[in-house]
Design a binder for this molecule. Sequence first.
Ligand code: FES
Length: 109
Amino acid sequence: MSSDNTPMVKITIKRGDSFQSKYQTYEIPLQEKMSIFNALEYINSYLDPSLAFYTSCKIGKCLGCTVEVNGKRRLACTTIVEGDMTLEPDSRFPVVRDLMVDMSDQESS
Ligand code: FES
């Protein structure tokens, strides 16, 4: 809980590229029906503008925002944050930076 009783959630993100990476944890206020994309936007806006992630349609159509959530592939724009989680880039593709991957080689799927 924060000082104003807002529940907090820890988002741990694998940062870096295909050659070197580290995990970084951010603590953010948990809002009702907050998607992973919303959480990433919060981190990017208020805590760490260097965080890289992909977004486009935001309605679950383009599949570009796919990340691995606690080891399972999910869409960041449609998956709701319900508690602490670890986010990693989609392991099917080379990492460009942080959660952004190079999907140009679609044969990898
Ligand atoms: S941004 Fe297009 S599916 Fe998530």
